[in-house]
Structure formats: structure tokens, C-alpha cells
Design a protein around this ligand. Sequence first.
Ligand code: FUC
Length: 745
Amino acid sequence: MKKYLVILLSMFLATGVNTASAENIPMKLWYDTPAKEWMTDALPLGNGELGAMFFGGVTNEHIQLNEKTLWSGSSTKRGAYQNFGDIYISFTGDSSYTNYHRELSLDDAVGTVSYKIGNKTYLREYFVSNPDSVMIIRISTPKHKHAINMSVSLKDAHKGTTTVDATGISVSGTLDLVSYNGRLELVAEGTVPVRTTNGLKVNGANAVTLIFAAGTNYDITSENYLGFTSAQLAAKIESRVKAAKEKKYTLLKDRHIADYRKLFNRVSIDLDADFPDIPTDQLVKSHNESRYLDALYFQYGRYLLISSSRGMNLPNNLQGIWNKDNNPAWECDIHSNINIQMNYWPAEVSNLSELHLPFINYVAIEAGRKNGSWQKLANKIGCRGWYINTQNNIFGYTDWNANRPANAWYCLHLWDYYAYTMDKQYLRSTAFPIMKAACEFWFDRLKADANGKLVAPDEWSPEQGGWEDGVAYAQQLIWELFDRTMRACNVLEYNDNFTTELRSKFDQLDNGIAIGDWGQIREWKVQPDIKGNEHRHLSNLMALYPGCQISQSNNKDYAEAARTTLISRGDMGTGWSRAWKISCWARLGDGDHAYKLLKSALKFTDYIPLSMDNDKGGIYANLFDAHPPFQIDGNFGATAGISEMLLQSHNESIDILPALPSAWKKGSIKGLKAVGNFTIDIDWIAGEPSKCTLMSGSGQPCKLRLPNGKLPATITTDGKPVNYTVIDGTVCFNTQPNTYYLIKL
Ligand code: FUC
């Protein structure tokens, strides 16, 4: 009964575009109390650039704000990602409330808070719109007039200027380099706002709409990272607010939901779980076995990516775009030795390819500069090309340990976008020049060891041990870079001296995989691998995931050694480390062990201080991943890991349900993407696939592998049978572009 009430309530709340249907279980986080802590309880909203965390307090509401480019620092100073400020709303009148409900709907990216005071229901709705570039907060009492009495203020998180006028509050200022501007506009229905010392007040309004816009004059395409003057910036923000003010609230909301659903609705997951009738915080604390939570957590990663990675050519940072501190952990930066890459692991497979571009374009712009900091680093050690250090701000400043192999790692992302979309033009003009420059760096840098093998001198295995030649981390990543660049040369029919050198260097390259005396993949050539070392980084398993050199089908010995290494590393770790291990176990085809890691990643915690302990990781009540503190890579890593359990396509073939855990007996996943621009729906029953639909986007030949060497009963397109051959258990058939294929089992 309760379940249907909840579904009906969400249908009521989701006005407009597309109401949630009764068959679809709502995907939402919900609570029966306001948030206490920013990090563990408040709920995130965002449009890729503008972020907000709402608390949902009844008498005092707090909404903390972020803008993706608000950084202190410059091209010569590290700085940190900053808080933008806070909106505070206080409501006057009776404060004894009942029926409190706070939620974040992943189906429409709208937050709501509702409660009753006396016979009046108070409703608040919150969203950050991508089409209108503003945050909207709507406060109403649906069945009552003149019931809203409130005052609002906007607090700048820096020492800028705040001005209040008849309809809004503006803040502006300058940090080390960038200037910022924000405006909060208040639209009251049934009354007019009155100015107070630090904000605005309304008495007896029927409804209030708050519109917030913010920005900085940052511009990554310009040499000094600044695009325009602060006056131009102010005009831009002003016009955004004005344009939104001219639209009706329902129109703003419909436009937002329609835009969001175009991305979110591409993938649905059903793990045969009912909608739970307990709030999400209790679900996390008490129901670690919940299949609903597994599905919700998968979709939450997609929600967070849509909300933090659009528009601006900058990757989401260690906390996506959500950060309340001016001095956050690790500066909330672009951390290159796992974190920023993990943020993008779900992008292609979970059908959000265009959200990969903010990261890819950032790499292409920075690595493509004539004499930027990335090129200078390489030149300084006598090499062409580019590389980066571990810690990076948004102004090209890069410091802390050299992370030369990260140039290869970044290039895997550049290649993957091509591999999933088959966009040759992108490969030719955006990705290939950057991949080529990274290869040239290594042509100049690699040296021959005593056996004549090419090794990277003086490298580190993040983040442990000393520096030495030919560490597995560097060798495995360079192998993947050379492999992808060879493939790019083939696709583009690129054949010159570079290709010849690449081929020959690739032949001589130490592939970074050596099996050690206790059966492990060796991490170093000189330093010993200690059995039982549970270090969070899996730097000697780059070739298992995200790389593809180690796989069960390619080399069973390597796969077995990877298994031994993973067992030694253990099933705990900081948040992101647990998430990474989900994908590693999935690549080894061990669904139950991958599931064990997923449960380890979903372990409830409310621990906030920074800790490197392996037993402190998990998730908070708001489903943010806890390193601790909050670090968003673990959210994205888990979404990628769940995809990896259900579909893999890194090794020439498309593997259906390669690591299905026994806990997910029945279910379906619809809309995942595979290499070759295939979109795939899979249904399974009793742990076995029952039906699979494949949409070929580019007409590539299809090679399909079903679990346990199973073969299809029929393959049809438009009701007609499709001819296929079976080679070593792999089902092969040709496809036509934009055509569906139905595989019955
Ligand atoms: C790497 C990791 C840490 C942390 C930091 C932001 O240095 O080793 O665990 O995630 O990035």
C-alpha cells in the first residue's frame, strides 16, 4: 500500500513532461528528517557547472552553492576549488510541523521538501537547469493563499561586494585570478518583497520563486585563462536571470526535466526489487543486501555525472562540483593518478558519451597548447610531447609527484570516446594529435634495459615504494597507449615515420606484466612485492582494468596472477579503491566477488575527517562516496563496476552478463553501450540471459559472447532471421547501421 502511495506522490510531484509510470519503480533518495551535515546528509543538484546542496530545514533552509570555475590560485599558484556561497531562508510563523518528507528524484533531477503546519502543506522544489543555466527554488502552499512569510539572504563565501535591490541580491569579487558574479532574484506571487539589511523579506506570499545564476570570467581556451571583463560577466549573469524570470515556473521545470531525461532515460536497470518503504538513510544502515540500493547507486552515479559534467571544458573534480570549503581536502583538484580518470569510467558504457567531452576537451586543449605547462614539463627533460604531475588546478598549474604515465592514461579516455561512438572525424582532429604527442614523449624518454627491452626510467607506483626503472604502472599504461595509437593509425590509415617508429618501439616495449614468486603480478622490478600488502592503489593491475592487456580470454596465466594480486590486496580500501576492485573482479568473470566489493563499497559510514585507513571507506546517508571525506570517484567507479558486471566489450567481443552475481537472479539492464557503437538491452531469469536486443549505431560487425559458451536460439532483425557463424564460442554476424537485432536464448 505504502509503495503505491509513494509512486502516486512522485507522479503528483513530477508535473509536466513524462510522469513516472506505475511499472517503473521510482529512483529516488528520500528522508523523513532535514539534513544535519553538509557532507553526509545534504542532497546535490547541478547542471554540469552550477552546483547546489540543499538541507531542507523547516524554519531555516540552507542551500550551499558552487560554480565549477571558482578557484583560487593561478598558473603559478596551486590554489583550491572554492565554495561560492550560501542561500539562507528563514520562515516565520508556527514551527510545529508534521509529515516531513525530503527527497531527491533521480528520475527528474528535482529535489523536494514537504511538510504540514496545521492544515497547510508547504512544498519546496529545487532544481538546477541546464537549458536555462539557473538554479530554481520554488516555495508554495498548493491549497492556501498568503501563507508564505520568509526572509532570504545570499552569503558570499569570499570578501566580495554584496548589494541588495528591490528584487534581488548580487555578489561579486575577484580571487587570485578569476572574477566571479552571482545574482539571486526573488519573484513573489501575491505580494511584493521588502528590503532588509542583508536581503529581502516577503509577507503573505502565495508562492515564491528564487532564481540564482553565477559565473566567473574563466576561459580555458584563452592563453591567460580569462575570457572577459567583470562588467561583461555581470551583464551575462543579469541576462540569464532576466531570461529565466520571463518564463513561467512550470515552463522552467518542464524544460529542465525534458533536458535531463534525454540523458538519464537512456539506461534503465531492474534488479527485481520493490521500492523500499524505509527512508534511504535507514536503507543504507540496515539493508546492505538491498537490490534496490544496488540499482539506485548505479543510477546515482549517472545522475551525478549528468549534474557535474556538462558544458564547461573541465573535468569534474574530486568532489564533482560540490564543495563547501575554501580549503578542501587535496584542494578538491584534478588528481591524475586515479581519481579524475575514475570519474569518467561510467561515461561511455552507461550511455553518457557526450558528458565525457568536458574531460576530453580539457586534455585536448591543455595538451594541445604550443608552450603550456604540460609541454614545458616534457621539454625540461629533453622530450617532445607532454605530461603532467599528480595535482592539477584549472589554470594549467601542476605539481606534486611527476605522473608521467598519466599522459597514457588520459589518452585511453580519448580513444574510448572514439571506440564507443565510431566518430572518425573526432579521432582524426581531436584525439589522434594528442595521442601521437604522448607517444612521442615516450619515444624520447624510454630506454633499453639489460635485456634490450624498453622501459620508462625512474617511475613510481602510486602511492607507495621508491622510484625505479620499468615499474608495472608505467609499463602497462604505455603498452595500452601504444596499442590504442596503433589502432588509431589503422583506422585513419595513417602511415609515416611515426607509425614505423611506433610499431618498432611497441615490439621492444616491456609490457609491464611479470609473474612473481608467489604468483602475483609484479609491481616493481627491484623492490619486493609483500604478500598481504593491502595498499589502496592497484597500480600493477592497470592492464586488467581500465586497461585490457590482462583478460581471461587472452592469457589465463596473467588472469590467474591478477586474481592472486587482488586477493592479496583484500576487499577493503578507501571508497574509490573498493569501487575499482568491483571492475577488476568483474573483468576476471567473478560476479560474486565483484558483488562482495560492491557491498563493501556500500557500507554505511558517517566518518568525515580525512583518513587513509582501509576500513573507513563506504557511503554516507546521502549516498556520497566516503574516501573519507566525500570523494566522488567512488560513486562513479561503482557505477562503472556494475556496468562491467553486466556487459563488457574491451576485448573485440561483446560479453553479455560476464560477471552476474548470484544475488541478482532476475532482472534487466537496458541501454548500456558497447565498443563499436552498439546499444544493448539484456533480460535475464534464474541467472541466465533470456533475451538480448542490440542496436547497431554504425553498422559494425558484431561479435557476441554469451555466458558459459551458450548459443542463441535465434537472431532476427525486423522478424527476419540473421545468418551468423560461431567461432570459438563467439557468435559473429554483420550488422546494418541504425538497425535492431533480437537475440533469443
Ligand atoms: C590519491 C589517493 C588518495 C586520494 C587522493 C585524492 O592520491 O591515493 O587516496 O584519493 O588521491
